[in-house]
Design a binder for this molecule. Structure first.
Ligand code: ZN
Length: 246
């Protein structure tokens, strides 16, 4: 075994131990902040297709409609110290053209991560989907302050406020569509996970129409998660497509 092997197994062992203790070695500020994520995964620092980005200078294109056919799912949510993630029951699909992606989970960022022209948002929700061939589709929903979200009214009292806490409430059902706008026009670009390991090859669909949460609902999430938005990344020479209604 060469030294590189030894080093990578040691690092893997450390990562496993951190995962087992429910902690890992990155954060959104301070000594383990975003500037240091390249030490966890090189692509966080050296990648050329990182997310989030500013949505501007888009090109119009006729693209496939997003066709979510989500079922309801029992509530299972986890506070992993970086975000609050709802894990979704299997079998809920989103069709894009003739490709089907399964909804795996969704999670929250306060403030929002993507910016649209000069507009920033106080909250952004990411819906993680995976196709049978392993390709990833992520739908971003931008949230602005306004009316109360009815689904959140029921769910927010159940939020796992403690680090590493999990809430399982099989008798309570959620529908991910309750956190999406009716209009599904979107911006499309190729990017990455916005958390380490910053994996690239993610198909981003940023929905144009924001939804609304009350200031209290946004504040409740922020109170638990703190600020968990990665700084904007260089666009480099990527295209951002603006899907025309079709
Ligand atoms: Zn995210």
């Amino acid at each position: 075994m060469n030294w590189k092997h030894t080093l990578s197994s040691m690092m893997a062992a450390t990562a496993l131990a951190a995962a087992a203790s429910g902690q890992d070695n990155w954060s959104y500020s301070g000594a383990n902040g975003p500037d240091t994520w390249g030490g966890i995964s090189g692509v966080c620092a050296n990648g050329s297709m990182q997310s989030p980005i500013v949505i501007e200078g888009t090109e119009s294109a006729y693209l496939n409609r997003l066709e979510p056919t989500y079922a309801v799912s029992p509530v299972m949510m986890h506070n992993d110290r970086h975000t609050i993630r709802f894990t979704y029951a299997s079998g809920s699909m989103m069709k894009v053209g003739n490709k089907e992606f399964e909804l795996l989970s969704f999670h929250f960022h306060t403030p929002g991560e993507h910016r649209v022209l000069t507009t920033s948002f106080p909250l952004e929700i990411h819906f993680d989907h995976k196709a049978a061939d392993g390709s990833l589709a992520r739908v971003a929903v931008l949230v602005k302050e306004g009316r109360s979200n009815v689904a959140a009214e029921e769910l927010w009292p159940l939020l796992p406020i403690e680090p590493d806490q999990t809430t399982r409430r099989p008798e309570v059902k959620i529908n991910a569509r309750d956190f999406m706008p009716n209009a599904r026009e979107y911006y499309r670009y190729m990017g990455s996970d916005t958390m380490p390991p910053c994996t690239e090859g993610v198909n981003w669909y940023v929905l144009k129409e924001p939804i609304e949460f009350s200031s209290q609902q946004i504040a409740a999430l922020r109170g638990i998660m703190g600020e968990n938005a990665r700084p904007l990344q260089p666009r480099n020479n990527r295209m951002i497509l603006d899907a025309l209604p079709n």
